[in-house]
Design a protein around this ligand. Structure first.
Ligand SMILES: [Zn+2]
Length: 520
């Protein structure tokens, strides 16, 4: 059979038009929602088309037209699918999260609609493109053709910007997120940014806090259990006033135990890959950069001061935070293919507590409420809110079903945190405390936004407003018992140092939640 032959200029226009319009639904929906005039929308699409045509024309120069076009098509299909499905945008942080996704975690995100979209908007157009033949041309003709076409589209693009400067300037100034919604431009831009970040990352590990010393010790070994939550939002904890009983065990315990729940705590970022390294670092939400992952964190500094640090991992990795300390991984060998429920870490915590001989800290990294498969986070017999959304495609479920599945996952967190406190309370030979902090919050469908990971400046409050619970409250009282105090992940590392009386030049007493009590 004879292959279809298309002139390069025609094929270039077809591909550029496809790239501009086939994946444009997330962008056009947003422009509509922002009330952007139709003519401005048209000019933006025309500019995008010229941009793709310019880049593709240049690629012909090095004989890379088809490979580049296929890469753009293949990355655009899943990007537009997830943007439409969950209301996300693609920036460098989102790309890093995706690259660090565990195969099991990724499995939760693949649905029938995902594969249909990948086929229809990714694989089939790519195969078609491979099938179409471009007539052979002499190298010199090819170079000339490439340059002339690129220059033409460059002029056209500049002309559009020149005549629409005011409209574009106002659009991008008022709505910074628009450029992260242009598929596949956003994926390319994010990739360039990630590559730049990776190149900038210092190869040498930066050792911090070598000057750390413990200035005061207690009669009994001092212990802190940190429960590092996942995807829990503060406003869904009944302990914080949520109308459904999502924390029945903690609420019951709080009637007899000094449990403090901060109600205005905020996370450093909106994704695990940012929040977890950020909270254990000595940087703040404003100064955090990826380089912190290649430096000592508060657990390393505690070890420098002679305090033993351990980690139990039941999430998809500790994001470099536990690299240098003793770590127990809750994997398939322990709990089978479905993974471990968070409360199964209690057995390890119990045996760890029985072997304490010195001041020690342990972090329990939860699976928490990791989505979109919230229903997988709680076993059948412990589900209280029914019916649940049993699909990874949240948009197929009623909002109530999504919230039921999400709230059921919080019941498991409630069980873990309250039982950890009970366990610690039974160890009278130890001076112990517990701090539960979530890494970030979650969107559950309000305004069509699901999951998390939006840039801080764009994220709705529920993606950063986190539960933060401590026990016993005497250890951590800040501004009396003011549970409305504005605290955030910046406080975490300094509070841990303060609790263990560790002095180091990294320590900032103004961020230490225990300081008030200690100074009294
Ligand atoms: Zn997370």
């Amino acid at each position: 059979m004879k292959r279809l032959t298309l002139n390069f200029s025609i094929l270039l226009m077809v591909v550029a038009t496809w790239l501009t319009f086939a994946y444009s639904a997330p962008l056009l929906n947003t422009l509509e929602a922002y009330g952007v005039q139709s003519f401005t929308q048209f000019k933006l699409m025309a500019f995008t088309l010229c941009f793709y045509a310019f880049v593709l024309a240049l690629s012909r120069f090095i004989n890379a037209f088809k490979p580049l076009a296929i890469i753009l098509i293949i990355v655009a299909a899943p990007a537009s699918f997830y943007m439409l499905q969950y209301g996300i945008v693609i920036d460098s942080d989102m790309l890093i999260n995706t690259m660090e996704t565990d195969p099991a975690e990724a499995g939760d995100q693949f649905s029938t609609s995902f594969f249909i979209t990948l086929m229809a908007l990714g694989i089939i157009p790519s195969l078609l493109l491979m099938y179409i033949k471009i007539p052979k041309a002499r190298t010199l003709t090819q170079i000339k053709q490439s340059l002339v076409t690129a220059v033409c589209f460059c002029f056209l693009a500049v002309g559009i910007v020149y005549t629409s400067y005011d409209d574009f300037a106002s659009l991008f100034r008022n709505h910074r997120d628009v450029k992260y919604r242009i598929v596949p431009f956003n994926v390319i831009s994010a990739s360039v940014s990630v590559i730049r970040q990776k190149l900038e990352r210092p190869a040498q590990f930066t050792s911090l806090g070598q000057d750390a010393v413990q200035t005061k010790t207690s009669a009994k070994p001092k212990v802190m259990v940190v429960i590092l939550g996942e995807t829990a939002r503060a406003d869904h904890f009944s302990l914080n006033g949520y109308e459904r009983p999502t924390t029945p065990m903690l609420s019951q315990l709080a009637t007899s135990e000094p449990i403090l729940s901060y109600k205005a705590a905020m996370s450093c970022g909106t994704a695990t890959a940012v929040s977890v390294p950020c909270m254990f670092s000595f940087l703040t939400a404003d100064t955090y950069s990826n380089a912190a992952r290649n430096s000592s964190n508060v657990l390393d500094v505690l070890e420098n001061a002679g305090i033993r640090a351990s980690w139990i991992e039941n999430n998809f990795g500790c994001k470099d935070v536990c690299n240098r300390i003793h770590t127990i991984v809750m994997d398939e060998d322990r709990c089978g293919e479905t993974g471990c429920y968070d409360f199964e870490m209690l057995d390890d915590l119990s045996s760890w507590l029985r072997n304490i001989t010195q001041d020690s800290i342990i972090v329990l990294h939860q699976m928490g409420s990791h989505g979109p498969a919230y229903y997988k986070r709680s076993p059948e017999k412990l589900k209280h809110f029914l019916p649940e959304c049993k699909s990874e495609e949240l948009t197929n479920c009623a909002k109530e079903e999504i919230i039921n599945a999400y709230d059921n996952s919080l019941l498991i967190t409630d069980r873990l945190v309250s039982q950890a406190i009970r366990l610690l309370r039974s160890h009278k030979e130890l001076e112990s405390s517990m701090m539960y902090v979530s890494d970030h919050g979650e969107s559950l469908g309000d305004n069509g936004i699901y999951l998390h990971g939006l840039p801080n400046w764009l994220a709705p409050e529920e993606q950063r407003h986190i539960p933060w619970i401590i026990w016993p409250s005497e250890t951590f009282e800040m501004t009396g018992n003011n549970t409305d105090a504005n605290i955030n992940h910046d406080n975490f590392s300094h509070t841990v140092l303060g609790y263990f009386n560790v002095e180091t030049s990294l320590y900032n007493p103004s961020l230490d939640l225990t300081r008030l009590t200690r100074d009294m």
